[in-house]
Design a protein around this ligand. Structure first.
Ligand code: ADP
Ligand code: 5GP
Length: 194
């Protein structure tokens, strides 16, 4: 699965608010590699500005679980224990790899462990904030979650950070451009020495 024109899997995790979306958007803009974002399915409602089929496949819980039982997911989890499910569809990954793309999964730590178990050659990157205080500030500034949701995400952040050493690479997102440079460098390095 590695080398030549073969596709690769890139798994990116980090606590909510660490800056995964912001950093990876810039990596997609900058990288010359054939990156393709895997669109996950979720039962959470779209945030303002999010589009079905682009940011996520927004499914009803009934539809999500029907597809789960049908075996459509490579991995899926109830990420915050608050009733919202997220999952990676086999179809997203398989189509991308078949086209020789570098399929990027932005998923939580449990999902990442499952994917890494099935694909030990996946390039795994953990994006972390410099401190938990910075994380809290970013979540508040983003202004997309209720106070209750922010509290749940912070409570989970420490647990998620404990998984960081299991990733091939860890990147601290303090300075945005530096984090983007670092990830572009990692991907180029993997391209030369898969
Ligand atoms: P995630 O996808 O990990 O949940 P986001 O990309 O949505 O995180 O980032 C959370 C908030 O932090 C956003 O408001 C974003 O603009 C901001 N942010 C991201 N990276 C940085 C950075 N390096 N410095 C300052 N703010 C940042
Ligand atoms: P958000 O609701 O902020 O878009 O995402 C919340 C969390 O769900 C993030 O940590 C994100 O990485 C994770 N997530 C998004 N898609 C998936 C997925 O397909 N599988 C898993 N396991 N987690 C996901």
């Amino acid at each position: 699965m590695s080398g030549g024109n073969a596709g690769r899997l890139v798994v990116v995790s980090g606590p909510s608010g660490a800056g995964k979306t912001t950093v990876m958007r810039e990596v997609f803009r900058r990288s010359r590699l054939p990156l393709k974002a895997s669109v996950s399915a979720t039962t959470r409602l779209p945030r303002p500005g999010e589009t079905d089929g682009i940011d996520y496949y927004f499914l009803t819980p009934e539809e999500f679980h029907r597809r789960r039982h049908q075996g459509d997911f490579l991995e899926c989890f109830e990420v915050f224990g608050g009733g919202h499910w997220y999952g990676t569809l086999h179809s997203e990954v398989e189509h991308g790899l078949a086209e020789g793309k570098w399929v990027v999964l932005e998923i939580d730590v449990q999902g990442a462990m499952k994917v890494m178990e099935h694909h030990p050659d996946a390039i795994s990157i953990f994006i972390r904030p410099s401190t938990l205080a910075v994380l809290e500030q970013r979540l508040r500034n983003r202004g997309t979650e209720s106070e209750d949701a922010i509290r749940k995400r912070l409570a989970r952040a420490e647990y998620e950070m404990s998984f960081a050493p299991r990733y091939r690479y860890q990147v601290v997102n303090d300075d945005l451009q530096r984090a983007v440079d670092e990830i572009c460098y990692i991907l180029e390095k993997e391209n030369k020495q898969p």
